[in-house]
Each structure stands twice: as C-alpha cells, then as structure tokens.
Design a protein around this ligand. Structure first.
Ligand code: NAD
Ligand code: DAU
Length: 357
C-alpha cells in the first residue's frame, strides 16, 4: 500500500529513533509526526539533527498516547495514512518494581490510540488505505525450553507484568481488526540492540559498565538465551510489513542469533578490551558478578521468522558479531549522547535495581 504521512508513537525511544531515521533515509516521500511523552526512555537528544531537515519531514509532538483530545487533534490536522505504534514502557525489571505504569501506557494508551485511529479511519474515504502497525514482543509467548521456536501460532503465556501488558495490547489490536475491521497488523520481535538504546538494557548497560570498570551484573547462571536482532534489520522489516503486510496478520521478526547472556557479556569484554587496551589482571571479564536472578525470568526466546521471510522476502542483513562490534563503536563515539540520557532518574533506577544485589 502507498504511504505518505505517518504517525509514529514513541519515536524518541530506542527503536522509534532508529525507525524515524531509517524511514527519512530510505523513503524520501514519507513524512513523520513523532508523538512521544519523553519519559526517562525518550530523548530529544537522539534526533536533534532531524529538526534541521529542510523538507520538514519530521514533526515532533510532545504528548502522551493516553491523551484522546491530543490524538483527535493530530488525526484531524494530519490525515494520517498509517500509525506505527512503538510507545510503551519497555523494561522488564522496571515492570517488576512498578507495574502500574505498564498498565497505563501499554494497555490504556494502546486502547486510546486504537479508538482515535478507528474514529478517523471510519470517516476516511479510502478505508483500505490505512494501516495500524502495532510493535510487540516475543515475550508474549512466554519461555521456551532448550528446543523449539515461537511461531505466529504459539499460545500467549506472558511471565512479567511487562509482557502481560504487551499481550493485553496485542489482544486489543487483534479485536479491533476482527470486530471493526480496522486494518491492523502486529509484529512480535526478539531482543533488539544497536545505537540509541537506553543503558538499562543488557548490551548498553554492559558496554558502559565495562568502560567505567564497574561490576557486570549477570542474572542467575547467565545461561538464559535471547535471539538478538540488529535494530536496523528490524526497521527494514517494519517498512516491509507496512508496505506489503496483510491486515489482520501477525509477523514474527527475529535475528536468528541465539546467544546465552554470559557469552554476550564475554564477547563485549573482548571487544572493549581490544579498544581500551586491557589484558591480564585488568581484563574486563574479571568485573563479571553473578547476581540474584530476575523473578519470573524467561529462560529462552527464539523466533521462527519463516512467515515474514516467505511472504515479504525479509531476512536479517547483519551478522550478530559484526553488528555488536558496530554497536560498541557507536557507544564509544557517542558518549555525549550517553551523558545526556543518564539523568538523575537513571541513577535512581541503578540504585533501586542493583543497589542491594
Ligand atoms: P523504549 O523504552 O526505548 O522507548 C519507548 C518510548 O515510548 C520512549 O521514547 C518513551 O518516551 C515513549 N513513551 C512511553 N510512554 C509513553 C506514552 N504514554 N505516550 C507517548 N510516548 C510514550 O522502548 P523500545 O526498546 O524502543 O521499544 C519500542 C517498542 O518495541 C515497545 O513497544 C516495546 O514493547 C517493543 N519491543 C522492544 C524490543 C526491544 O528489544 N527493545 C523488543 C520487542 C518489542
Ligand atoms: O524479547 C524482547 C524483549 O527484549 C523486549 O520486549 C523488551 O522490551 C526488552 O527490554 C527485552 O527484554 P529482556 O528482558 O530480554 O531484555 P534485557 O536487556 O533487560 O535483558 C536481556 C537478558 O539479560 C535477560 O535474560 C536478563 C539479562 N540481564 C539483564 C540486565 C539488565 C542480566 O543478566 N543483567 C542485567 O543487568
């Protein structure tokens, strides 16, 4: 389908920032309105340079997806032909300490966004020329044993307040397609990594702790497995789903790179030791500490991406180790960004989550 005017929610967060940048580079005729509440995880610093886009293809709006009046106003002003919904509370550990914000943003916020989209889509003259793309997670499927993969048919079995809230939002999106015909599509992806990721998640947290010679806190035995997806590959997949995906469908997106956490941490230590010229007693792997496990910690995630590969011709273009190296280099070159996003609130979180381990 042909697209020209997108509402992107959560476009100042990690994946949203990469998506906005990717689209402005790859689709010169698309324009983006970026609605973001700028929580601790959203940062204007991530796209300062975009404000200078001479074609004004990026408009930032500071606001929450729960704000129905604001949504109405934006839909009326802009006549969007697609909504790409990233906005969420996204960190599992935070959902354990404070689940309510996850209910409020991920469930109530998604519901309000669906309502606004439905209202304006119903008034539209070209009803099939609209897409509501909901970005969700493989965590809705729960935990895998040592074998097998999540397919689009895997039953929902969320373990954390975060994944439970994302599962609820997926159910609402599916219901709006089945009940009202809203042309919605859901993607469930695996763990993303790459530039602009907030340093509360495993990879950027470890990179910064290694640089600063702090403890590297590995939960439990460190043998939990994640299926790593380079964020640029994810954004490429999302553009394909927007343009060619079928309304009412779900597409799983995975990197095909299953790694145990401890192996990821070891590799980061190696990559940074080369760059920081550390070895012997100073080698960064000496900073690793196995700490109390995350409650309800899912053991293994792995995506079967056969459907998106077969239907839309997508597969990840980057190898995990090369993309990880590029990510390490991005953080080393962008410490000014890191300093801007590490607010007082960030330091408070580190104290809450890691203080007594
Ligand atoms: P993030 O936490 O980095 O960014 C979330 C963004 O949403 C922030 O900019 C924040 O300010 C904004 N936001 C939060 N509440 C809002 C509200 N009420 N109204 C408007 N904006 C609000 O998250 P991310 O890692 O970029 O994830 C984006 C989406 O992808 C989320 O829906 C997440 O569940 C999903 N996802 C992420 C991953 C991953 O590995 N990061 C994997 C699978 C799915
Ligand atoms: O699978 C997709 C999900 O991936 C997304 O839906 C979430 O938004 C995203 O945060 C991510 O969830 P995880 O819990 O898998 O990511 P996180 O980076 O928090 O942790 C990755 C693994 O590393 C997990 O097994 C927990 C472990 N870990 C994490 C941190 C922060 C540690 O061992 N130590 C840590 O300090």
């Amino acid at each position: 389908m042909s697209i020209s005017n997108l509402l992107v929610t959560g476009g100042a967060g990690f994946i949203g920032t990469n998506f906005v940048r990717h689209v402005l580079r790859k689709r010169p005729n698309w324009r983006i309105v970026n609605l973001d509440a700028l929580t601790y995880a959203g940062n204007l610093a991530s796209f300062q340079d975009l404000a200078r886009d001479p074609a004004a293809r990026h408009r930032f709006v500071h606001g929450a997806i729960q704000d129905s009046a604001l949504l109405d106003q934006l839909f009326t002003e802009e006549a969007f032909d697609a909504v790409v919904h990233f906005a969420a509370e996204s960190h599992v550990d935070r959902s354990i300490f404070g689940p309510e914000a996850f209910v409020d943003t991920n469930i109530v916020g998604t519901f309000r966004l669906l309502e606004a989209s439905l209202k304006h889509w119903q008034k539209s003259h070209k009803p099939m020329d609209f897409r509501f793309l909901h970005i969700s997670t493989d965590e809705v499927y729960g935990s895998l044993g040592p074998a097998g993969h999540f397919t689009e048919q895997s039953p929902y079995d969320p373990s954390s307040p975060y994944s439970a809230s994302k599962a609820a939002s997926d159910h609402f999106v599916r219901a709006y397609f089945r009940t009202y015909g809203l042309p919605a599509i859901i993607t469930n992806c695996s763990n993303n990594f790459g530039p602009y990721q907030f340093p509360e998640k495993l990879i950027p947290l470890m990179i910064l702790n290694i640089m600063e010679e702090k403890v590297l806190p590995v939960y439990g035995d460190g043998k939990h497995v994640r299926d790593w997806l380079y964020v640029i590959d994810h954004c490429d997949g999302l553009v394909r789903v927007l343009e060619e995906g079928r309304p009412g469908e779900t597409y799983n997106i995975g990197g095909g790179a299953e790694r145990q956490n401890i192996d990821v941490v070891h590799l980061l230590c190696l990559l940074l030791d080369v760059r920081l010229e550390r070895s012997g007693r100073k080698a960064s792997r000496n900073l690793i500490q196995f700490v109390t496990d995350r409650p309800g910690h899912d053991r293994r995630y792995a995506i079967d991406a056969t459907k998106i590969k077969g239907e839309l011709g997508w597969s990840p273009a980057h190898k995990f180790e090369e993309a990880l190296e590029a990510t390490v280099d991005w953080y080393l070159a962008n410490m000014d960004w890191v300093e801007m996003v590490r607010s007082g609130e960030y330091r408070k979180w580190i104290e809450i989550n890691y203080g007594d381990r």
